[in-house]
Design a protein around this ligand. Structure first.
Ligand SMILES: [Zn+2]
Length: 215
């Protein structure tokens, strides 16, 4: 990779900063935004591709051939068996503590570490998303329940209506009731299928209340 490519990929990484809500600590935050390969290149190494992985001359032992392999998130040296992730690499190479390595990476890649306030905000958003997901799942579950229930009733009342044989039967209360119910049920089904979200929620609520009353 030449410098331009690296800069471009760095810029890309910055634009696509991973702000997923589960970032509970800065280590994960930095690791999810800086790849090991990018860091190794930024600090002056020239990875060479051997097979499906990149290798560099290991800075942690007297290495002649590139024997430090770079995997997606970790490196491993086949000479001195050193092994770790991007933070570990930077800490070891620059003789820093992990926290110092973290700060260095963030600074060198122009990443603002989330402040305590931002982290709190992420957490709040995460909780809200969880809550929304739960509500939505609940809504879908009820929607399906109500829809199935209405379809069964629809079939039942269709059968009752079909059971009418003589013209006089039209006046029997069960038939009148079935006709009325059938219309209502079809109206509810139409709203469930084609109404807007408020209509659907309204129908779900109404049908569930009604179901309780019918018991
Ligand atoms: Zn080594």
């Amino acid at each position: 990779m030449d410098k331009n490519t690296i800069e471009k990929s760095m810029a890309n990484k910055k634009n696509k900063l991973n702000t997923s809500y589960n970032i509970s600590n800065n280590f994960e935050y930095v690791k999810s935004n800086i790849s090991l390969l990018q860091a190794i290149e930024l600090y002056g190494f020239m990875p060479v591709k051997k097979g499906s992985h990149y290798f560099i001359v290991c800075p942690f032992h007297a290495d002649k051939n590139p024997s430090l392999a770079i995997y997606e998130d970790v490196y491993h040296c086949f000479g001195c068996q050193t092994h770790g992730d991007v933070i570990d690499f930077v800490a070891r190479y620059f003789n820093l503590t992990p926290s110092e390595a973290l700060e260095k990476l963030a600074q060198d890649f122009g990443i603002d570490l989330p402040s305590k306030k931002q982290k709190k905000k992420f957490k709040r958003q995460a909780l809200k998303t969880q809550k929304d997901d739960k509500l939505y799942k609940e809504y879908i579950r009820k929607y399906n329940e109500v829809y199935d229930y209405l379809c069964n009733l629809n079939q039942l009342y269709t059968k009752i209506k079909q059971a009418v044989e003589k013209p006089d039967d039209i006046n029997i209360p069960e038939f009148v009731e079935a006709c009325h119910m059938h219309d209502l049920i079809q109206y509810w089904i139409d709203l469930l299928l084609e109404g807007n979200i408020e209509d659907k929620i309204h129908v779900i609520k109404e049908v569930l209340d009604w179901k309780i009353k019918m018991k």
